[in-house]
Structures are given as structure tokens and as C-alpha cells.
Design a protein around this ligand. Structure first.
Ligand code: 5GP
Length: 180
């Protein structure tokens, strides 16, 4: 049913699992002897976070944070609002932010600044998707799953008006869906 709204698949489920394995292995290597806290940005991070942590072999904690940026449309407004704050302190911790996608970089930059201000020892970013063409902030995530063109994508956590997050792949919506 949902797949009828998809123009084409950009990143398949098999590719996403391969990406999570590769990044999980790299994070395991880079954080040897450390106990990082992984902070996922709701709600888009959920499927990727769930897959990624299976491939991280470390004593790590998982936390969630709510940040709003797109307000249901297809373009970033640049307003970053914290809708659910962390339940723990990040002071003295090695933090890994887990994102579904980095586009303008405004959301993640806003959160990075906040976590540094709160005393995190280190803050790095792992993102499933990177859209570097859309960047307005200087930011290169340390761990990037795959780079995609400047298109609006849905699936694997990414929504259009809160729908399509449950698609097991990342795809491009048909134009007619926006006109519904
Ligand atoms: P940024 O602040 O980097 O522009 O955007 C980051 C957030 O905007 C992502 O976490 C995601 O919620 C949303 N976003 C950016 N690009 C896309 C896209 O292509 N599709 C969807 N569904 N959301 C996007």
C-alpha cells in the first residue's frame, strides 16, 4: 500500500543493514575503552538507531531527545525547538548523536552546541544519510552512512506529515502525494 506512493527506492533495506554494520564496527573501534552515550533525535532516528546498536560492541548507553525542525513540510525552517529534553547529564561523557539525515545542518549544530555547553567531553555525529548540497552550517558528520542528492526522502524513520516512517527503505515520494 505505502509503496504505491514511492517514485523510487534510493537506499534499500539490505544497503541500510550493511551501512549499520560498517558504522557500528567503526564506532566500536574508535571508542575502545570508553562508555559512550548514544543520543538519538526523535522520531526519525528510531529504525536506524535500533539497527546500528546491534553492531556496536561497547558498554554504551542510549538516550533520546526530541527536536523539531521541519514542522510537517518539506523544507527546513531553521527553527530548532527542544520538544523532549534528555533525562541524564552529559557532563564528562563521550556523546554520539544519532541522526536519520543531515540536510542544512541547523538541527544537529544546535544540539551539538547545547551538549558542549552542558559539558560533554566529546560530541560526534553518526547519520544514516547526508545531503551535503543542502548545508548552510559548516558541519561534516564523523560517521556517514551514505550521501544522497538534494531530494526530499521518506522511509526508515523519515516522514512526510508523520507518515512513511515505517517503510523499510529510503525512497522518493511521488509528486502527486504532495498535492493530495
Ligand atoms: P537539517 O536541520 O539538517 O536541515 O535537517 C535535519 C532534520 O530535517 C532531519 O532530522 C529530518 O527530520 C528533516 N529532514 C531533512 N531532510 C529531510 C528529507 O529529505 N526528508 C525528511 N522526511 N526529513 C528531512
Amino acid at each position: 500500500m505505502l509503496e504505491n506512493d514511492i517514485e523510487r527506492i534510493l537506499v534499500s533495506e539490505t544497503e541500510i543493514i550493511k551501512i549499520a554494520k560498517r558504522l557500528g564496527k567503526q564506532i566500536t573501534k574508535d571508542y575502545q575503552g570508553k562508555k559512550p552515550v548514544l543520543i538519538g533525535l526523535l522520531k526519525g532516528c528510531l529504525p536506524f538507531l535500533a539497527e546500528l546498536i546491534k553492531h556496536i560492541d561497547l558498554y554504551c548507553e542510549i538516550e533520546l531527545m526530541g527536536v523539531q525542525s521541519y514542522h510537517g513540510g518539506t523544507e527546513s525552517t531553521g527553527n530548532v525547538k527542544i520538544t523532549k529534553d534528555l533525562d541524564v547529564s552529559v557532563e564528562g561523557r563521550d556523546v554520539i548523536m544519532v541522526e536519520d539525515i543531515v540536510d542544512t545542518g541547523r538541527t544537529i549544530t544546535g544540539v551539538l552546541d547545547l551538549l558542549k555547553y552542558r559539558g560533554a567531553t566529546s560530541v560526534e555525529v553518526v547519520t544514516l544519510l547526508d545531503k551535503p548540497e543542502g548545508r548552510v552550517k559548516v558541519l561534516t558528520p564523523k560517521y556517514i552512512g551514505t550521501t544522497i542528492p538534494k531530494e526530499f526522502v521518506v522511509g526508515y524513520g523519515l516522514d512526510y506529515q508523520e507518515f512513511y516512517r515505517n517503510l523499510p527503505y529510503v525512497g522518493i515520494l511521488k509528486q502527486q502525494v504532495y498535492k493530495k
